[in-house]
Design a protein around this ligand. Structure first.
Ligand SMILES: Cc1ncsc1CCOP(=O)(O)O
Ligand SMILES: C=C1C=NC(C)=NC1=N
Length: 210
């Protein structure tokens, strides 16, 4: 969970395969393929890219997670799925993929408790900081939302998400997250390997403080 890279074709300035190769070299520990936004790939093109990125994750022994698209996840036999609060019935999804990683986006303790009770394997919490990558986010929460979830007894794995970069990753982990998930801090960086390495260093530094 330390450095959870998320991206799709629209988030990359160069070939997504190349960005992912570099990010993995820099120490990314988990990857999510999230093909979303105006003009994103669909059907055959989306599946073709997903297969390419899955192959690269396999080669690097990093789990490959699919965002939202349960059918794609099943057809690829991916390692898991990440869903939001609105992406269909989480109970139903858990029932259909009992042995896969299931990540759920949550925004407060109530949503977190429900997700854990249903059997979520990790929680994506945010947006922690302002982000222009996802336009329909809830209000920016700051890393205190992570502290609150821990204070309310949520012990499940948590990644913070939203506007996270090398400069602020430490605070998110120090607040109690197990890692950070990022899109543009890596995908828009001219050297994705260096970006990933810098994030990993900050996360591991914060681990020592806990
Ligand atoms: C998918 C998602 N969910 C909450 S914020 C966000 C976008 C995160 O993108 P970035 O890391 O570029 O801010
Ligand atoms: C919206 C999201 C929140 N958290 C994570 C980890 N992934 C997402 N796609």
């Amino acid at each position: 969970m330390k450095v959870y890279f998320i991206m799709g074709s629209l988030n990359c300035k160069e070939a997504p395969e190349l960005v992912l190769e570099k990010a993995l070299k820099g120490g990314v520990t988990l990857f999510q393929y999230r093909e979303k936004g105006e003009g994103c790939l669909s059907s055959a093109d989306k599946k073709a890219l997903a297969l390419q990125l899955q192959k690269i994750c396999r080669k690097n022994h990093v789990p490959f997670i699919v965002n939202d698209d349960l059918d794609l996840m099943i057809s690829l036999n991916a390692d898991g799925l990440h869903v939001g609060q609105e992406d269909g019935d989480i109970r139903e999804i858990r029932r259909r993929i009992p042995d896969k990683i299931l990540g759920v986006s949550v925004h407060n303790a109530e949503e977190a408790q429900t997700a854990v009770q249903i059997g979520a394997d990790y929680l994506g919490v945010g947006p922690i900081y302002a982000t222009s990558t996802k336009l329909d986010t809830r209000d920016v929460m700051g890393f205190s939302v992570v502290k609150e979830l821990r204070a309310k007894g949520i012990t499940a794995p948590i990644v913070g998400i939203g506007g996270i970069k090398e400069e602020n990753a430490f605070d998110v982990v120090e607040a109690g997250a197990d890692g950070v998930s990022v899109i543009t801090a890596i995908s828009h960086h001219e050297d994705p390997e260096r970006a990933a390495r810098g994030l990993l260093q900050q996360v591991e530094e914060a681990y020592k403080e806990r």
